[in-house]
Ligand binder design. Structure first.
Ligand code: FMN
Length: 186
C-alpha cells in the first residue's frame, strides 16, 4: 500500500478531518438555542458510557474563536449530540459556518432548515431531522490550547426506529478501504 506522509504544520495534515460530524445543540442561560457542527467527537468510555466533544473555547488565528455553543454549554452544563444522515450535509455546512458569536441575531435553525423539539431531560433542543439524539450533561472538561474536550454523560438517547432495527446504518462517508481493501500494488 503506497502511503504519503504529512506533518502537523502541513495544511493537508492527515485525511481525518472533519470525520463524521455531529450537530451539537445547547441553550444559553436565557434559553437561546444554538447549533454547532462538530467533527471532533467520540464515544470515549464504556461504563458509564461517556461521549467527548471538542469545542473551540479560545481564539487562535483565522479559524479558532470561542463558539457560542461553548458559551451555552458553560452556562447550562447540558448539550445534545444530534447525529445527522448524509442528506443533511447542507444543514451541517450552514451550522458550521454561521456563528452566533459573530452573528448573534442569526436563526440557525431557520437558516439550516432544521426543526427543534423538546428533549426529555435537558433544556437543549433535539434536532428532529437527525436520526439519533443523545441528551448529555457535562461530566468533566479538559482544557486544550484552543478547544475544550467536554465529556458528556448521556441521560437519554432517541434513535430512529429504522436505525434501532438495523434497517438503516449511520455511514456518513465511505472510506476508500470499504470500497477497495488494501491489496498488492498493481
Ligand atoms: C465540518 C465541520 C466540522 C467542524 N468541527 C468543529 C469542531 O469539532 N469543534 C468546533 O469547535 N468547531 C467545529 N467547526 C466549526 C463550528 O461549527 C463553527 O465555527 C460554527 O459556526 C460555530 O457556531 P456557534 O459559534 O454559533 O456555536 C466545524 C465546522 C465544520 C464545517
Amino acid at each position: 500500500m503506497e502511503k504519503r506522509i504529512t506533518f502537523p504544520d502541513d495544511p493537508d495534515f492527515g485525511p481525518f478531518y472533519p470525520g463524521s460530524v455531529c450537530l451539537v445543540t445547547a441553550v444559553d442561560s436565557g434559553g437561546r438555542a444554538d447549533i454547532c457542527t462538530v467533527g471532533a467527537w467520540a464515544l470515549v468510555n464504556g461504563a458509564p458510557r461517556l461521549f467527548g466533544i471538542a469545542m473551540c473555547a479560545r481564539p487562535s488565528g483565522k479559524y479558532y474563536w470561542k463558539r457560542y455553543t461553548t458559551t451555552c454549554i458553560e452556562q447550562t452544563g447540558q448539550f445534545v449530540i444530534n447525529i445527522p444522515h448524509a442528506g443533511l450535509k447542507e444543514a451541517w455546512d450552514v451550522c458550521g459556518s454561521v456563528s452566533l458569536t459573530r452573528r448573534p441575531e442569526a436563526d440557525k435553525f431557520a437558516l439550516a432548515g432544521l426543526t427543534p423539539a423538546p428533549a426529555a431531560s435537558v433544556k437543549a433542543p433535539l434536532i428532529v431531522e437527525c436520526p439519533v439524539n443523545i441528551e448529555c450533561c457535562v461530566h468533566s472538561k479538559l482544557e486544550l490550547p484552543t478547544h475544550d474536550w467536554i465529556v458528556g454523560q448521556p441521560l437519554a438517547c432517541h434513535t430512529a426506529a429504522d436505525v434501532a432495527d438495523g434497517k438503516a446504518t449511520l455511514l456518513w462517508q465511505e472510506t476508500a478501504s470499504l470500497k477497495q481493501p488494501p491489496g498488492p500494488a498493481p
